[in-house]
Design a protein around this ligand. Structure first.
Ligand code: IVH
Length: 691
């Protein structure tokens, strides 16, 4: 039955949910036409009516408000409007520090890594963390040739024409090296934001919720004239690729960028101690309210560029920088309901459904309650007024219940001991905080979540295989395991018969699936959804073992914790015993091995390229004794970035043993095995790092 014209007051829960779904899709469609293509299909009044109806339904059924609700969004990101650009060097993100101890630990880590004495001062620059969008500007022979958004860090969008409309971005730089890539943040000032929303209100256009969204929407406009009207600002704060070094310090770099006419933030300050950094943090926090742009923390960066280079990066964040976040913003609202979600590993996660509240720049309707103990500890109850906190992009959290406002008849929350989806018992082993559904394969929630993970963007990235379709195919027993997805091509006739599946969409889906039959090994490993094996770890495993068979063989051999295979496994960067245990347990399960083998027959998995082709790519090296020119951590990181594998113990598989001063038993064992033993200098010469 159609619900399009049912008055809001007459809608049932089910109809309301359906209607919100329809409106979200429809409004998105019209937004695309309006913002991205500037070609609206309907009158403004008709568009407003859709939005108003959506708002009215949300007001009557707050718990049904969708995560992708149009009320939280203004304007649309054009889907395919811009050309993709691969970044010359990845655009990194930053690790976070939340308190003084974290900052102290950051400095200690830097000291340890560089092998500096406790007493040696480290100059660190403190810069405001601008709450905008990062942008990479590439100048060749002094001319701006490309501006790219961050995207996923590896690949962004080419928005050169738009960037050129910003007053803060010079089109030419005199005296720049042949290649100069400047990175920084685009933002919208509070005053520009207020002016923009005033104009929109007068024109009866939906308002932007915060300056950050406005900046993002303004920069990613296909019509450059719109960007030009939007008064965006830019602060430069780092480099990408450059053909020649620019300065010996980060502060020197900023000064040079300033001289070239790029805006640099005037608040940045070089500090010599932890106390000075913390004082600067307090100072920025105090100035925050009076600045005309949003900042959400302070970024600390080791000032010396040579040290930055030595420190390098781990996963996708530099070791030489960290973001010290400002405290989260808080607000009060009503906790209307607690829902239990069942994750792909069976974990039961409580989610708070809230009366909509504006906090930290967005409207929040859901927040995490973490787990059973958290609810009990905070004694949070349905009906309570609760304090919600939101910081940066972190999922909003319920901080506490406001006891003075608790309804007289409220009851403590009883966490379910059965799975809300399959009704299997949900158990919580001694010492663990998470209660898990024991339904395993019979629990549809777990199965569906695993499949959703499998097709998700960072895993197999299969377009057209959304949540709805997976749920449908699972319920009809067409797709029960990942391999079934690759068998869908034999069921084309069945699929086109399905309601709402249209033959073109089936053709597209099957093509998208076929397209994934050759796929990177690391994404395959990640797609398996093994507990604790995230993208970074999957990548390390792919690099270390090179093939699926190699991985399975090694992990199987590693079941024996005395084995060399086990030692190698836990020696992989960042792979603790804990993570190794989950990996081993996964492949120890016969059913999992069957699922993997069933799937693998459809696929050609590509081994990762070594990080960098170097004389030591693919070689196994062992460091032993005291190194003089670098710390152990630095030596390991450097070797790994050159594609070598660093092992903790000497074996037949070792290619090089690098022996520092007082090398003991390992050097002896290497000699016994007749392996190549190098001095530290010989090793540096081999990797092209002569003194
Ligand atoms: S440095 C390798 N400096 O914060 C250096 N980032 O959380 C990477 N940001 O993606 C960035 N102000 O968009 C740096 N002064 C600043 C910054 C800053 C804002 C943003 C940037 C980055 C994100 C990381």
């Amino acid at each position: 039955m159609s619900t399009d014209h049912t008055p809001v007051e007459a809608l049932t829960d089910r109809e309301a949910a359906k209607e919100l779904l329809r409106l979200a899709g429809l409004i998105k469609h019209h937004d695309q036409l309006y913002y991205a293509r500037s070609a609206p299909e309907i009158e403004d009044a008709a568009y407003d009516a859709l939005r108003l109806r959506n708002l009215a339904i949300e007001a009557r059924f707050p718990s049904l408000k969708r995560a992708d609700s149009p009320s939280d969004r203004v304007g649309a990101a054009p889907a395919d409007g811009f050309a993709k650009v691969r970044h010359s060097r990845p655009m990194l993100s930053l690790g976070n520090a939340f308190d003084a101890d974290d900052v102290e630990e950051f400095l200690a880590r830097v000291r340890r890594f560089l092998g500096l004495a406790e007493t040696e001062d480290i100059a660190v620059i403190a810069e405001p963390k601008i709450d905008g969008l990062s942008l990479a500007l590439r100048y060749e022979d002094g001319r701006l040739v490309q501006a790219a958004t961050r995207g996923d860090g590896a690949e962004g969008e080419d928005i050169t024409a738009n960037a050129l409309t910003l007053k803060d971005i010079p089109a030419r730089i005199a005296g720049a090296p042949p290649v100069l890539e400047v990175r920084g943040e685009v933002y919208m000032s509070h005053s520009a934001f207020a002016r923009l929303n005033e104009r929109r209100a007068t024109a009866d256009q939906p308002l932007y919720v915060n300056p950050r969204n406005a900046a993002s929407g303004s920069l990613r406009q296909l019509d450059t004239r719109i960007t030009a009207e939007r008064e965006l600002g830019f602060f430069a704060y780092s480099l990408g690729e450059v053909s020649a070094p620019i300065a010996e310090t980060h502060s020197g770099l900023l000064a040079q960028l300033g001289e070239w006419g790029l805006p640099i933030n005037p608040l940045s300050r070089v500090c010599g101690s932890l106390d000075e950094l913390l004082a600067t943090y307090a100072d920025f926090l105090q100035q925050r309210a009076s600045l005309d742009y949003d900042i959400d923390g302070v970024v600390y960066k080791v000032d010396r560029t040579d040290w930055q280079e030595r420190l390098g990066q781990v996963s996708r964040a530099p070791r030489w920088a960290i973001a010290h976040k400002f405290p989260a913003e808080q607000a009060e609202t009503i906790l209307e309901q607690i829902d239990i979600q069942v994750g792909r590993t069976g974990a039961l996660t409580p989610v708070a459904r809230l009366a909509p509240v504006f906090v930290g720049g967005v409207t929040v309707t859901n927040a995490t309650l973490h787990n059973e103990d958290e609810i009990a500890r905070k004694d949070v109850r349905v009906g309570d007024t609760v304090v919600i906190q939101r910081a940066g992009d972190v999922i909003p959290q319920v901080v506490r219940a406001v006891l003075e406002k608790r309804p007289a008849d409220s009851q403590p929350y009883a966490f379910p001991h059965r799975c809300p989806v399959c009704d299997s018992e949900a158990v919580r082993p001694e010492g663990e905080v998470i209660r898990r559904c024991t339904g395993g394969l019979i629990c549809s929630a777990q199965a569906v979540e695993r499949l959703k993970h499998f097709v998700s963007r960072n895993a197999f990235d299969i377009e057209g295989m959304g949540t709805k379709r997976i749920e449908e195919l699972w319920a009809d027993e067409i797709v029960r395991s990942p391999a079934d997805i690759f068998r869908l091509k034999d069921r084309r006739a069945d699929l086109v018969q399905r309601e709402r599946w249209g033959s073109q969409s089936v053709v597209n889906l099957l093509a998208a699936i076929e397209d994934r039959r050759t796929w990177p090994l690391e994404r395959f490993i990640f797609a398996l959804g093994i507990r604790q094996i995230g993208q970074a770890t999957a990548k390390l495993l792919a690099r270390a073992y090179g093939s699926l068979d190699g991985l399975i063989e090694a992990v199987t051999a590693a079941r024996d914790s005395e084995s060399e295979a086990y030692a190698d496994l836990i020696n992989i960067d960042q792979m603790g015993k804990d993570v190794a245990a989950d990996l081993i347990a996964f492949f120890a399960e016969a059913h999992n091995r069957e699922v993997v083998a069933d799937l693998a027959q459809f696929l050609t998995l590509e081994a990762p390229e070594a990080v960098q082709q170097s004389p030591v790519s693919g070689k196994t090296v062992v460091f032993t004794g005291t190194l003089e020119r670098m710390t152990r951590a630095e030596a390991k990181a450097r070797a790994e970035s050159l594609g070598a594998k660093v092992a903790g113990s000497v074996s037949k598989k070792t290619d090089y043993v690098v022996a520092g001063a007082d090398a003991g038993s390992k050097a002896k064992k290497a000699a016994d095995l007749g392996l190549a033993i190098l001095t530290e200098d010989e090793w540096l010469a081999k990797i092209g790092q002569e003194a």
